[in-house]
Design a protein around this ligand. Structure first.
Ligand code: AMP
Length: 225
């Protein structure tokens, strides 16, 4: 008889969307409510830079310039992370894949693991630029945070700072990189039955509701999307 674990299909979720679309916030929420590991390649790289590891030293320059880190490095990081036991029953990927090469590699990693569910969070460009200009993260734990008058992280008490790559010129570069390299990834997935567009130009709770509704409606039909 199949065990309960085998009977529950894995939710292998990919969050797509431009910088500032709210992928990280929504990924965090889904990860918490569905008890799946959130795998954010940006967070992994920022932690490596913070700790000056060899990966961090190699990635720092590209990140600060708003360019992408090399595909081989990124694919290696994600492969290693998905091989860990906590990702066997599913995961929420935030920030990967960002190129067609990465998307093809992820498909190969999914061999025997069930389909990928892909959500593309859509937000108009002028809204993204505005959001990124006011975004703050904690310089200790890296959490995203709303700017408030205390300027301290609600989770750990660390100082809230602007991300080095959220400056106006770098944001322009990151949005250009998104259009050139990551938009084709949306096209790569959009013909699949497991692909959904989500309107991200709404309050975060409303976006979370739309994502839950999309995932729930599909689960009711016995499939993930
Ligand atoms: P994010 O926090 O997702 O906006 O990522 C911050 C930066 O990390 C990006 O601007 C890239 O320099 C780098 N990065 C994150 N994920 C990837 C990826 N999948 N491929 C290449 N570079 C990445």
């Amino acid at each position: 008889m199949a065990s309960q674990q085998e009977a529950t299909p894995a939710l292998n979720l990919v969050m797509l969307g431009p910088p500032g679309a709210g992928k990280g916030t929504q990924a965090e929420r889904i990860s918490r409510t569905r008890q799946l590991p959130k795998i954010s390649t940006g967070d992994i790289l920022r932690e490596a830079v913070h700790n000056s590891t060899p990966l961090g030293c190699a990635a720092k320059e590209a990140m600060e310039a708003g360019r992408l880190v090399g595909d081989d490095v990124m694919i290696g990081i994600v492969q290693e992370r998905l091989d860990r036991a906590d990702a066997r029953q599913g995961f929420v990927l935030d920030g990967f894949p960002r190129t067609i090469v990465q998307a093809r590699a992820l498909d190969r990693m999914m061999d025997g693991r069930g389909p990928l569910v892909v959500l593309d969070i859509v937000v108009p460009e002028e809204v993204l630029v505005r959001r990124l200009a006011t975004r703050r993260i904690c310089d200790q734990c890296g959490s995203n945070a709303a700017v408030d008058w205390l300027n301290v992280c609600g989770k750990c008490g660390g100082k809230l700072v602007a991300r080095v790559d959220d400056g106006v010129d770098i944001v322009r570069e990151r949005l250009g990189v998104y259009h050139r390299q990551t938009k084709p990834v949306v096209e790569y997935y959009e013909g699949r039955p497991t692909f959904r567009l989500i309107d991200g130009n709404l309050p975060p709770d409303v976006v979370t509701g739309a994502i839950d509704a999309a995932l729930g409606e599909a689960a009711a039909r016995g499939v993930h999307l």
